[in-house]
Design a protein around this ligand. Sequence first.
Ligand code: PAF
Length: 298
Amino acid sequence: MRDRIKVNFKTGKPPLVVRSRVALQQQVGAWKAAGETVGFVPTMGALHAGHISLVEKAKENAARTVTSIFVNPAQFAPGEDFDTYPRREEEDLALLGAAGCDVVYLPTVAEMYPDGSVTDVRVNGLSDLLDGIYRPHFFYGVATVVARLFLHAQPDVAVFGEKDYQQLQVIRRMVRDLGFPIRIIGGETRRDHDGLAQSSRNLYLSTDERRAAGALYAALHRASVRLSVGALPADVRAEAHALLMAAGFKSVDYIALVDPDTLAALPDDAPMAPGTARLLGAAWLGRTRLIDNISVSR
Ligand code: PAF
């Protein structure tokens, strides 16, 4: 089924809304038959400037752009925020229209997980570290839905935000292992004035929490500067933890210095070796879990 939506677009034209796999494949097939490449941006909606920058990146790298909006039940554990996750279809469509996205794919749960569906994709190892320790179901749900979305959209290029750095590495690995003919591109994290990484979950923050939230980036940034001049990772991680607690965070799941590709932890008791690493953090501000990451060079 395809329908044009009626939204008050300030610029650009309304994107075509497609709700079924078959309709999406027809549209993508027509583009490809005309020799056009397809860029894809999977999202869960509640779009912000970070998402729109991913759409812009897809447009730079392909002739046509598809964005999906699907709040994927498989990546939420019972008790997590699936029910309350922000859903803003009208606003999202207006933003995507203004950004010049060609098609928005809005599948139902039944379209993504047909009745009786039992096939999962598991990227072992990478999915079990860092966030995978705190959200053991999460990357399995992500890999499963992204594999299905790739089969529905059949893109040449797909763009994922570096804000979810571990997710980006999991997807890269899945694409390599399963031989998807798709080029994965990482999109730079968009930040608010105080460095807070833009995220749909920032909508959960109270005014006071929002004021404190910039401390996550500030702590990671300070840590990256210290690591780059040879401070011990153990000391730097402890300091970042203390900074977050002093700023009003409730708890810190991890501050971790890792290899940027394998996500293996780097030694804690020796200065970082020359080269590049990734510093990742996850911490709770009230009932909101924030994640962020930063590149570290020495
Ligand atoms: O990053 C997200 O928004 C989601 O994890 C994704 C990649 C759209 C899969 O549901």
